[in-house]
Design a binder for this molecule. Structure first.
Ligand SMILES: [Zn+2]
Length: 157
């Protein structure tokens, strides 16, 4: 699922009381590891300062692995048992899913088209969600459109 919040920073700020952003990070040698950040700005600052290092080869030449943004609760304590963990993670994902359902207009497979129009100022800025093809994703990146790719587990069934 793709999200294009009208205001990315505000969206993250609103959630920041209980959420952190987890990026899959890839080093120049192809190792992939998880990085936890307060927000995107924290990643940018820490990466610019060479503070993000690969745990395998210690390289600080790293970048966010494509299509790997996950958001999780930062207050989720180390679980005492498996059940506690799955409940809390599920609740967090569920509340995020509800937030997205209630606050983002579903534009389906027209995501790229609408996002580009909003980006160009042809349409009112608003929160949208939808799907894209890899080709459309590349175009959005080339055009400098801010969007987030997010994976939510299916809660149905
Ligand atoms: Zn490495």
């Amino acid at each position: 699922m793709f999200l294009c919040p009208a205001d990315v920073n505000r969206f993250q700020l609103k959630e920041s009381a209980r959420l952190v952003i987890i990026y899959d990070i890839k080093c120049e040698n192809g190792h992939i590891f998880e990085g936890w950040f307060k927000d995107r700005q924290a990643w940018i600052e820490q990466n610019a300062g060479g503070l993000v290092c690969c745990p395998v080869c210690n390289s600080s030449s790293v970048e966010i692995a494509p299509s790997s943004l996950t958001i999780m609760g930062k207050d989720s304590k180390p679980p005492r048992n498996k059940e506690g963990q799955s409940v809390s993670a599920r609740q967090i994902m569920e509340s995020l899913r509800r937030h997205i359902e209630n606050n983002f207009e579903d534009v389906g497979n027209k995501f790229a088209e609408v996002a580009l129009k909003i980006h160009a100022g042809d349409e009112k800025r608003r929160n949208i969600k939808g799907t894209t093809t890899p080709r459309e994703e590349t175009i959005l990146k080339e055009e400098g459109v801010s969007f987030m790719k997010i994976s939510l587990p299916k809660m149905d069934s």
